[in-house]
Design a protein around this ligand. Structure first.
Ligand SMILES: C[S@@+](CC[C@H](N)C(=O)[O-])C[C@H]1O[C@@H](n2cnc3c(N)ncnc32)[C@H](O)[C@@H]1O
Length: 429
């Protein structure tokens, strides 16, 4: 008896395509698995469940969904960027890959509450390739504005872009395609589909062992093009996990950085649960820098999320929560929940280890050199006179990191075999 479950509509569509045209690039496979408008991971989660795949009930957490303090600290940085540009009457924030709009909601609420002058100038445009159906706040990513003064912002957008995969065989860069044989999807190795796949890896080839696997993100170039078309004057603030290229393709990272997430569990087989699990790859920040440089957008900062948030005053927010607890303005449980959420944003074992790239175009006032930003250099107290936002203040849903329903909360026995964030994102493979 054949007890193999029947193929899903998405699997069948891929099988038919492969039968007709032959094996497909991993990039095309990942694009279908994540973004097929009917059955892809992001569109179907957002449509069928009407639940964000991000958060306690979803497959993973991100910084915005961990605590509204993330959005508040970014809001303080945006306000300083606005002043650095000479406080124009309109400062546009274009968030790309905004998901269900949690960061948008946290930033706009904090700006309205704490930064009234900036609030008059800030226009916030959130876009996503798979916005929630009928969302009024997040627009389709084809609706990008052009020629804005402001900031292009993204959090964990680039790691969600489809990538090509390669393998080193007999000292040559070859490409890993997806084929269907018998009754399963399998890898097939062939010549590279684009010369650029090999060109990115070749400078490192002599040190890479036989069988070494990795990823190449060719879409970063298109993303840079859209950033360049959008931004006339201002900043690009990019937060994600990833490395500069020598680190990304270091010899010991033999299996590359491709990862799958399904209900907070890490996996490495993207050919399973097609359309039901998230697939990501670490970002090649060298490609980001090169692309931006070609477009005349200069990198002005490169740091970790922990450094950024410390510079922006995350410790003041933690202290604020402790003080409000001591004054009985909030319950002790509320204080613990908020402190855990805020601390998670800068923890070295977790989100704090993410990379932050800051780029700028024409941001120097009247042709003067660029002025320093507090997020990059520290020094100023942007939090001075501003309260920390609490989970209860935010209209968007957040993860509640201390609740028992959270699989990351301490004491959950099902967590025993899960990798820690440190293992997921450490420099060591
Ligand atoms: C890992 S989620 C992050 C969501 C959100 N920024 C957060 O931090 O919670 C990645 C998001 O990027 C979106 N995305 C992927 N490629 C995109 C593209 N080329 N343009 C716009 N959005 C994209 C996905 O639909 C998804 O919502």
């Amino acid at each position: 008896m054949n007890d193999k479950p029947s193929n899903s509509p998405l699997e069948q569509r891929l099988i038919d395509h492969i039968a007709k045209y032959g094996p497909i690039t991993f990039e095309a496979f990942m694009d279908a698995a994540l973004y097929d408008p009917e059955h892809g991971y992001y569109p179907s989660k957002r449509r069928e469940d009407q639940v964000s795949p991000v958060g306690t009930s979803g497959d993973y957490f991100t910084s915005p969904t961990s605590h509204p303090a993330f959005g508040a600290l970014i809001a303080l940085q945006l306000e300083e960027m606005w002043r650095t540009l000479g406080s124009p009457t309109e400062f546009t924030v274009v968030e790309m890959g905004a998901g269900v709009g949690v960061l948008q909601s946290d930033i706009t609420e904090y700006v309205e509450r704490e930064l009234p002058s900036f609030s008059k100038a800030m226009r916030y445009i959130a876009t996503d390739v798979a916005p929630p159906p009928e969302s009024e706040s997040v627009a389709k990513s084809t609706a990008l504005p052009v020629g804005v003064a402001g900031c292009v912002l993204s959090n964990e957008l680039l790691d969600a872009m489809p990538v090509n995969r390669f393998i080193v065989q007999n000292g040559v860069v070859r490409e890993i395609f997806v084929d269907f044989q018998g009754d399963e999807f399998v890898e097939m190795v062939g010549d590279v589909s684009e010369p650029e796949v090999a060109a990115r890896v070749e400078p490192f080839l002599s040190s890479l062992p036989e069988g070494y696997r990795g990823e190449v993100n060719l879409r970063l170039g298109y993303w840079v093009d859209s950033v360049s078309a959008t931004l006339d004057r201002g900043y690009v603030l990019t937060l994600d996990y990833g490395f500069d290229r020598p680190e990304l393709y270091k010899p010991t990272r033999v299996d590359g950085s491709l990862r799958c997430y399904y209900q907070h569990t890490l996996g490495q087989n993207p050919l399973r649960r097609i359309g039901r699990q998230d697939i990501t790859a670490h970002v090649d920040f060298t490609a980001v820098d090169h692309g931006m440089m070609v477009m005349g957008i200069e990198r002005i900062g490169k740091l970790t999320q922990q450094q950024l948030l410390i510079n922006l005053g995350i410790d003041d927010f933690l202290q604020d929560v402790t003080l409000r607890d001591a004054r009985n303005e909030i319950t002790h449980t509320e204080a613990q929940e908020n402190s855990a959420g805020i601390a998670s944003l800068a923890s070295t074992e977790g989100l704090g280890g993410f990379r932050v790239a800051v780029h700028a175009r024409g941001a120097g006032l009247y042709g003067e050199p660029l002025r320093a930003l507090t997020g990059i250099d520290g020094g100023l107290r942007l939090t001075e006179g501003h309260a920390a936002p609490l989970l209860s203040d935010a209209s968007a849903e957040h993860a509640r990191l201390l609740r028992s329903s959270n699989p990351f909360s301490s004491g959950d026995p099902s967590l025993a075999g899960l990798p820690t964030w440190e293992e997921l994102f450490s420099d060591e493979p």
